[in-house]
Design a protein. Structure first.
Length: 517
């Protein structure tokens, strides 16, 4: 049975945020958070009533334990719901989360889990509903599970509809089209090891990046028939995004470092631009009609206009994170993701450094330094050159818990002025992605109202919340205070052993973010 579109959307979905970390086993299936006092439930003022502004996080646990979903309220900077992403009726589901997406109407979050990489694990898509317009944490909706064939190893999910989702199945070289009204799954073969896909905003086609066969598949959503993509010659395609008008799709190839444009009317490659071998991620900015590409191997960030001559992207900037005057990372760093404010004022690059002899006295030996660099969207230069990279780990106000008081999550387990953490093997990004490896060591997204930017930090087990100065008056010419870290929201407890320094269970390890408006 094919998945058919019930109705076309008149507008594009606003950006959303998902983050991945380690799940938890010490809490019930659905957890409301309203008063705080434990990791993942910080002590904060309850969010004020208003429009639905939320960040969703997905976490992966240690092998054999379910991951977790989490919702952060944007206006209140607080966790208002958490849930295991395994359904009560399917205890082997929820293992090894890999990616997530949300309906355009924001009614349901979907998480792919490649559980079959572990003995006895199930491959599935879990779904839950968010908390809407709540001033208290009333808990996320009950989790449901859609089973996929064993060995599917789903690694990516995407949709621009409210009645269907599309899943890239790395293990079976297929795309699973799921009718979410009936939960009927239709599988169609594509190339080898699909790792990313994108549905066009008009809902007519799905494009799939097949990492293993160096190919791109084009599917018609009405009947899942396939179209031939002509002229594609890239090596190791890893990421796909669709342009807002549905006329172009952009594919990033990691092996030979190409940004490839495909015309969706003819499924023909119309251009291919070099971004260097090792490029890993594309961010599409629908407001400024731009594409941002990160290359962690070369330490470069590329900015393109996607309205160039004959619809060929025009390069606006090639930014070296470690070179030039006042570089964001003088010692070098790996930029791995980008986001931009919808008010058009700034874009943000999330990166990380590793050091064998940690410069932070809080960490002995090797460490990881997560960072966020703010760029002016008009000049394409660093916004704050005197302090180009934000410290994302510690809040400047010290806090010591006592027997009667507890610190907000921002103070645990980080100390004042801490900027690095010990590395975790599970957070290391592999040269070539597999369902057993972390795709993003750090990842960033922006709130739809441009008031916040979020950065998931896998090694730190936390999501940094950055205030973008609220008034968003960067284009007014007035004096603008710098973007600043206001809190670190810790992931829920993992199933791992207690930490030596605190005796507390270790937090989970976020690796992906998705924002809901």
């Amino acid at each position: 049975m094919s998945v058919r579109r019930v109705s076309l959307l008149a507008v594009m979905a606003l950006p959303m945020v998902l983050w991945v970390a380690c799940g938890q086993v010490y809490r019930p299936v659905v957890i409301p958070c309203s008063t705080g006092g434990v990791p993942g439930c910080p002590i904060e003022t309850n969010p004020s009533p208003g429009n639905f502004h939320a960040v969703f996080g997905i976490s992966s646990n240690i092998p054999g334990y379910s991951g977790e979903g989490m919702q952060i309220d944007v206006s209140g900077d607080s966790v208002i719901g958490e849930t295991s992403i395994s359904a009560a009726s399917a205890p082997n589901s929820g293992l090894n989360p890999t990616h997530a997406a949300i309906f355009p109407n924001k009614s349901k979050v979907f998480v792919t889990t490649a559980g079959s990489v572990f003995p006895g694990g199930a491959d599935s898509v879990s779904a839950f509903s968010p908390v809407f317009q709540s001033t208290l944490g009333t808990g996320l909706g009950a989790v449901s599970t859609i089973s996929l064939p064993t060995g599917s190893q789903p690694v990516y999910v995407n949709t621009t509809q409210n009645n269907a989702v599309y899943v890239a199945d790395f293990g079976t070289n297929a795309v699973s089209a799921i009718n979410t009204l009936s939960n009927v799954v239709t599988n169609v073969s594509v190339g080898t090891n699909p790792v990313s896909l994108a549905e066009t905003p008009n809902g007519l086609k799905v494009y799939v990046a097949n990492q293993g066969s160096n190919s791109v598949s084009s599917l018609n959503t009405v009947d899942l028939s396939q179209n031939t993509v002509t002229g594609f010659a890239g090596v190791t395609p890893v990421w796909v995004v669709a342009r807002g008008d549905s006329q172009k799709v952009y594919v990033l190839t990691q092996g030979d470092g190409q940004l490839v444009t495909i015309d969706t009317a003819t499924d023909t490659v119309t251009s291919s631009l070099s971004v260097g071998a090792g490029a890993n991620f594309i961010f599409s900015d629908p407001n400024l009609n731009r594409l941002y590409v990160t290359n962690p191997v070369t330490g470069m960030v590329y900015v393109f206009s996607d309205t160039g001559t004959n619809d060929t992207p025009t390069q606006l900037a090639a930014i070296s994170m470690g070179g030039g005057a006042n570089p964001p990372c003088p010692s070098g760093c790996a930029p791995v993701s980008v986001t931009a404010l919808l008010d058009g004022s700034r874009f943000y690059v999330a990166s990380y450094q590793t050091a064998a002899n940690c410069p932070d006295s809080n960490v002995v030996g090797t460490c990881v330094v997560p960072g966020l660099t703010v760029f002016d969207a008009n000049s394409l230069t660093v916004k704050y050159p005197s302090a180009p990279t934000l410290n994302l780990l510690s809040w400047p106000v010290p806090c010591t818990p006592t027997s009667t008081t507890q610190c907000p999550a921002t103070h645990w387990p980080f100390t004042t002025n801490q900027f690095a953490v010990a590395p975790l093997n599970s957070c290391v990004t592999a040269a070539t992605y597999t369902p057993l490896t972390t795709r993003f060591r750090v990842f960033t997204v922006a709130a739809a109202d441009s008031s916040r930017v979020y950065v998931s930090m896998c090694d730190a087990g936390a999501v940094a919340v950055v205030n973008t100065t609220s008034s968003n008056t960067n284009n007014s010419g007035g004096a603008i205070p710098p973007d600043s870290l206001i809190t670190d929201v810790l992931a829920a407890y993992s199933a791992g052993p207690a930490q030596a320094n605190t005796g507390e269970p270790a937090p989970q390890n976020p690796i992906f973010l998705l924002m809901g408006q």
